[in-house]
Design a protein around this ligand. Structure first.
Ligand SMILES: Cc1cc2nc3c(=O)[nH]c(=O)nc-3n(C[C@H](O)[C@H](O)[C@H](O)COP(=O)(O)OP(=O)(O)OC[C@H]3O[C@@H](n4cnc5c(N)ncnc54)[C@H](O)[C@@H]3O)c2cc1C
Length: 453
């Protein structure tokens, strides 16, 4: 790690990107992400805001030559501390905001890494298209950050597959070179799939500067269904029955008892008194198709339900987007994880979240993306209470082991970052292979050190 004095570093980086694009180390907003609620904050020697891929490469090259760590940063909304720096230079993508290509008739767009997720969704919508990934912080998060964490959110179209809809096109790799790894072609098996390797790499292999996005025609109608159950078991049974019945829901979400209690008052409809579990599903397609699917969903989810409603879409999804905040306000802080398990083990994972929390003296709850078996298992705490924070970290660690035992993973969409590093429980050879890949991409170990691997 460099001992370079900040003054020459600031001067040299300023000469590459312009002095106004080099911020002082004390620019606090660039030293945190959404883990701030659990007390995580970092430090850096400088924050740099390049405006082009070439400038990213030049900054990266300077840092690599001078043994200065580089921490890529998008919108800073990550839940794993992935962009929180512990020394080195923060390379922020705020100024990489060009839409490089948009071909609505070909359902595709190429954007620079710093374009915000919500802006992509808006531009697509204005042209009759849909960009399906919809992580909760879409107004702040950047496409580069989305890809680097493989962020998804509720699946919002029956034909969408976010993981295949985003292909890294340009990336800066060590020792400071822009390479084009993927183009507009939809298929390419000519080499090892580097563009997919970069998806979810959390800034440990390179700095993504541009991405091709695959869009789909926006469905004419998207009609949600909300079904309330007396307990987790009956809710999970209805989910399995619905999936087994062959109905393709474009979104399938759940809230457990604790999450429903937290967000109950703002629900845009009436919640039955005895409700302890909620399933939200959505039917999309042409108007007729969506209505037909919705009727089928109402019937399938009605099995064992206390009530089934068909809420107004915009207010329902606005409410769903606010669940995380409603949960946070319960105690002022939370440790919220994102384990994923096979869909048939969902009930066990939901029950285990509450049980593990109880054993550690914490109130706990979960909600999540049922269709993907992805839970936001959450332990509530007061941020200033050091014992509670420590208890929550222990509870989360226990939950990661459980997720792997159930055939799942410690992280379904937030990544490991710094908070879950060491908790993935890979087999030794898999761990070693990943370390070797990291070594090939980043021989000096300067790219987002201490994260993920
Ligand atoms: C209220 C709220 C709701 C959320 N809901 C969801 C949800 O539903 N689903 C979900 O998946 N996530 C969700 N998240 C988490 C977060 O929004 C996602 O992880 C998001 O994709 C992070 O994007 P970002 O631009 O903020 O990345 P950052 O937080 O800035 O960075 C995340 C990681 O990516 C790396 N990185 C960033 N940009 C680049 C780049 N250009 N090249 C290489 N590496 C890079 C960083 O080094 C870091 O490791 C939510 C967060 C909040 C605060």
């Amino acid at each position: 790690v460099s001992t370079a004095a900040p003054a020459p570093l600031l001067r040299d980086l300023g000469s590459i990107v312009g002095a106004d694009a080099v911020l002082p180390d004390s620019t606090a907003t660039y030293l945190r992400d959404a883990t701030e609620a659990r007390g995580l904050g970092g430090h850096a020697v400088a924050v740099v805001l390049p405006a082009t891929s070439a400038d990213v490469a030049a900054v990266f090259g300077w840092c690599y030559a001078h043994d200065v760590p580089v921490v890529p940063r998008g919108g800073g909304t990550g839940f794993a501390g992935g962009c929180v720096p512990f020394g080195g230079v923060v390379l922020a993508t705020d100024r990489l905001t060009t839409v490089r290509a948009f071909d609505p008739l070909l359902w595709r767009m190429e954007v620079e890494a710093g374009v915000r997720t919500a802006d992509v969704r808006r531009l697509a919508r204005e042209n009759g298209l849909l960009f399906p990934p919809d992580p909760g912080a879409a107004e702040q998060s950047h496409i580069g950050g989305n890809v680097a964490t493989n962020a998804e959110g509720p699946m919002r179209s029956s034909t969408a597959s976010p993981a295949h809809g985003r292909r890294v096109s340009r990336v800066v790799v060590a020792p400071g070179e822009v390479i084009a790894v993927g183009g507009a072609a939809r298929k390419d098996v000519a080499g090892l799939d580097l563009k997919s390797l970069l998806v979810g790499s959390e800034g440990t292999l390179g700095v993504i500067t541009a991405v091709w996005l695959r869009l789909i025609p926006a469905p004419e109608s998207a009609l949600p269904v909300a079904a309330f159950y007396p307990d987790t078991a009956s809710g999970c049974e209805a989910i399995t029955a619905t999936m087994g019945s062959g109905i393709t829901a474009s979104a399938l979400e759940y809230l457990d008892d604790g999450a429903l209690a937290a967000a109950r008052r703002s629900y845009p409809g009436s919640v039955p008194e005895a409700a302890r579990f909620l399933v939200v599903a959505e039917a999309d397609g042409s108007r007729d198709e969506a209505e037909r699917l919705r009727t089928e969903l109402v019937e399938a989810l009605g099995e064992g339900a206390l009530a089934v409603e068909t809420p107004e879409p915009a207010s329902l999804w606005r409410w769903r987007d606010g669940v995380s905040i409603a949960v946070t306000t319960l105690r002022g802080g939370k440790v919220s994880e994102d384990i994923a398990v096979p869909v048939d083990r969902l009930e066990e994972a939901i029950e285990a979240t509450v049980e593990v929390g109880r054993r550690h003296g914490l109130e706990s709850l979960s909600w999540g993306h049922t269709g993907d078996g992805n839970l936001h298992s959450t332990f509530l705490l007061t941020r200033e209470n050091v014992e509670e924070v420590a208890a929550a970290e222990h509870a989360a660690a226990e939950l990661f082991v459980l997720a792997v035992r159930l055939g799942g993973t410690a992280s379904g969409e937030h990544g490991l970052g710094v908070v879950k590093r060491g908790h993935a429980h890979w087999e030794p050879r898999i761990e070693a292979l990943q370390q070797e890949i990291k070594q090939v991409f980043d021989p000096k170990g300067l790219l987002n050190p201490g994260k993920k691997l």
